[in-house]
Design a protein around this ligand. Sequence first.
Ligand SMILES: [Fe+2]
Length: 242
Amino acid sequence: MVIDFHTHILPGIDDGSRDTGMTEAMLREEKRQGVELVVATPHFYANRTSIDAFLSRREAALEKTERVRREAAEALPEIMTGAEVYYFQGMGRADGVSRLVVGDTRTLLLEMPFEQWKDGMLTDVEDLIRKQKLNIVLAHIERYWEFQRDRRVWNRVFDLPLTPQINAGSFIKKRGLFHSDKKRRFCMDFLAEHPRLIVGSDCHNMEGRVPNMAGARAAIETELGAGALKDIEKTTREALGL
Ligand SMILES: [Fe+2]
């Protein structure tokens, strides 16, 4: 089963899909690429909104999306809801974080700061896992790498029992003279070394940040073989309790 674990597909809730028309187009594109289940993970920033307010807005956006699915001419992928929770200091011991998990699992998609990671961040992630008993999926890990001049915290974070997620687009070869292949190489090497990994499109729209699971799957299969895809599917299913 092909699952897109990281998307901004719900309409009008964050910087992702603008309206139900775009949500429908994104769902149709997901389906065309063989995706059967889409996890909707709108951004959650603790300094901008309360968990209650976020969850009620997400519920309203989900209702609109379910109406789109019911009224569509073709069967569109199923939706599960979660959140992409941006790191905040002290979140390891904060109340209510576990309300932001995906569906009725203990799985939380965590977005880390785009800066040099510090010891306090490691402690928080550790507390989320050990004290709050959450299964942490670290969103698009390839986007933090360039900030880790000191790799000490980075290395210790990946020693924790958590699941890294990489964006589909980071596996796809970009055309044109000026695209460096460095990030793609990092992702392929990381996957080869950590086969327990999740891929998500992190799609936001139908223009620049589109659903692109099929391209990533083709690239991974070419470089690392069908077994790598099977491992990713298994890890993703496990994270969702499926
Ligand atoms: Fe995202």
